[in-house]
Design a protein around this ligand. Structure first.
Ligand code: BES
Ligand code: ZN
Ligand code: MN
Length: 501
């Protein structure tokens, strides 16, 4: 999809359809009044009818008249005071979703100056977020395995952002950044969403290799023999029950040994469990099929390093994605088995379903040994985080505090929400087992806190853990997003990495 920014009036834009925002608590300005005159007062008439009063994500399709575009889509955005970055992103996405099944190749979106201003939303950020929203709104998981999807959002050739009086050059650059980030999120979503009989650890490594080659990144895929030689006992314990061998995926950009402009080497570490049956601590069958998405963290970091390479080629960055399938079988790890982690710690695997922290612990140690100065891991680690925060907020941990805050600031700039969970050190002693240094499951009390405390044992540098067990996928579609993988944290990671460019 190509993006163009034009500074002329909305009625002069030649497009298959022109989308425009309807603010709930705001009188139309002169431009909106003139646009409405050109469509015979339809906007005012619809508002009077109560059909389109600006309710967020409610969209009405209207016939164009004295407009270059034959169709208009009036899209509600709610109250102006509540129009923040998240609302801007969802405005773009809701337009695409509302057009599901319609034939639109060139879409124009009018961004009046009234929309900018709140939440530090300048015209550039508005253009970036709306463009990203349109791209993310076009994601359609049903199209991964089928080509006859009804009501799929239209595949656009061109998106025209209409910003009267704007700086077309600067806004085009901003919108293009949004497009690239949106495409990266969709790449992560498709990979996360693919079924477990399709994406094994080997296939995930092949996909990462293809993405690396397409973006000029180095890639290294470590198999079980090499992982054993490196002492990755926790990583290897998880994949044993599966016929598909584990793969430890590493992607790198920038010269060896280099750091970014801030003197950092950021490592993004993602959980890549291509299917989580629970292993011998077998999960109940209810919703077990969702565990195809237990690789979402890995898919996110694999895609994010490619997105960063597209926006800032050569920026030093590391992505680490341990990939395993967690299955029961004669070779499986048993509850009670003792393994040695890469950092030498002796760990008792009390519950084979608490497998994410095992593979991530070794991956964090590996990343530090590769020279990472700062760590962020992304994982569908717990069901508890979903019970606590639902789908709209990602729970996380971090230390030291300023590193956590930097990750959250990157997130709010990119319209992604986080909430910090405390690392209560007093609980750590409950995680000793009677003859190992650390157990991977410690009963129901503060289980969410303990998931973070477990990982903290394997990080010695600034580290943040983002648990996308709730926010990583939707069980039902919203007006701005399809059901399935959300790609959440991708934009945060990209923003965070680019701060070092
Ligand atoms: N992948 C799951 C977490 C999960 C469950 C994410 C449901 C999204 C929805 C993880 O490996 C897991 O099984 N965690 C256990 C940990 C427990 C055994 C300590 C959990 O959350 O129940
Ligand atoms: Zn899991
Ligand atoms: Mn599990």
């Amino acid at each position: 999809m190509h993006i163009r920014v034009v500074t002329s009036q909305p009625w002069d834009i030649e497009a298959d359809l022109l989308a425009l925002p309807i603010v709930a608590d705001h009188e139309p300005d002169d431009t909106a009044t003139e646009l409405d005159r050109r469509i015979e007062g339809a906007l005012a008439a619809y508002r009077a009818l109560g059909e389109q009063a600006g309710k967020a994500h409610a969209g009405t399709i209207i016939r164009g008249r004295e407009t270059a575009a034959p169709w208009l889509l009036a899209m509600g955005v709610g109250d102006l005071a509540a129009f923040d970055r998240i609302a801007a992103l969802r405005f773009g996405a809701a337009i695409e979703r509302r057009l599901g099944g319609r034939v639109v190749r060139r879409l124009a979106v009018w961004l009046p100056a009234t929309l900018a201003g709140g939440d530090g939303l300048d015209a550039g950020f508005l253009a970036e977020l709306v463009a990203r929203g349109v791209v993310e709104g076009s994601y359609e998981p049903a199209a991964i395995y089928r080509d006859d999807v009804e009501d799929a959002p239209p595949a656009l050739d061109e998106l025209v952002l209409v910003v009267p009086g704007g700086d077309a050059h600067a806004l085009t650059a901003a919108a293009d950044r949004g497009r690239v980030i949106g495409e990266g999120a969709n790449r992560a979503r498709t990979l996360s969403q693919r079924a477990s009989n399709d994406v094994s650890p080997e296939v995930l490594a092949d996909e990462a290799t293809a993405i690396a080659h397409a973006h000029g990144l180095e890639v290294e895929v470590i198999g079980p023999e090499q992982a054993a030689a490196m002492g990755m006992g926790m990583f290897l314990a998880v994949g044993r029950g599966s016929d598909s061998p584990p793969r430890f995926i590493v992607m790198r950009s920038g010269p060896t040994g280099a750091t970014d402009r801030r003197g950092r080497l950021l490592a993004m570490v993602g959980k890549g469990v291509t299917f989580d049956s629970g292993g011998l601590s077998l999960k109940p069958s209810d919703r077990m099929e969702e565990m195809k998405m237990d690789k979402a963290g890995a898919c996110t970091v694999i895609s994010a390093i490619a997105t960063v390479a597209a926006l800032a080629p050569g920026l030093p960055l590391l992505a680490v994605a341990p990939a395993v399938e967690n299955m029961p079988g004669p070779h499986s790890t048993r509850p009670g088995d003792i393994v040695r982690a890469m950092n030498g710690k002796v760990v008792e695997i009390q519950n084979t379903d608490a497998e994410g922290r095992l593979i991530l612990g070794d991956a964090l140690v590996y990343a530090e040994r590769q020279g990472a100065t700062h760590l962020v891991d992304v994982a569908t680690l717990t069901g508890a985080v979903e019970r606590a925060f639902g789908k709209q907020v990602t729970g996380g941990f971090g230390t030291p505090q300023d590193w956590w805050e930097e990750v959250v600031a990157s997130g709010s700039r990119q319209a992604e929400r986080y909430w910090q969970i405390p690392l209560v050190d007093e609980y750590r002693k409950d995680m000793d087992t009677w003859y190992a240094e650390l157990g991977n499951s410690s009963g129901p009390e503060a289980s969410l806190v303990k998931s973070g405390l477990f990982l903290k044992d394997f990080a010695t540098r600034p580290w943040v853990h983002l648990d996308i067990g709730g926010s990583g996928y939707l069980r039902r579609a919203t007006p701005w997003a399809a059901r399935g993988a959300t790609g959440v944290t991708h934009a945060t990671l990209v923003e965070l990495a680019l701060r070092g460019a």
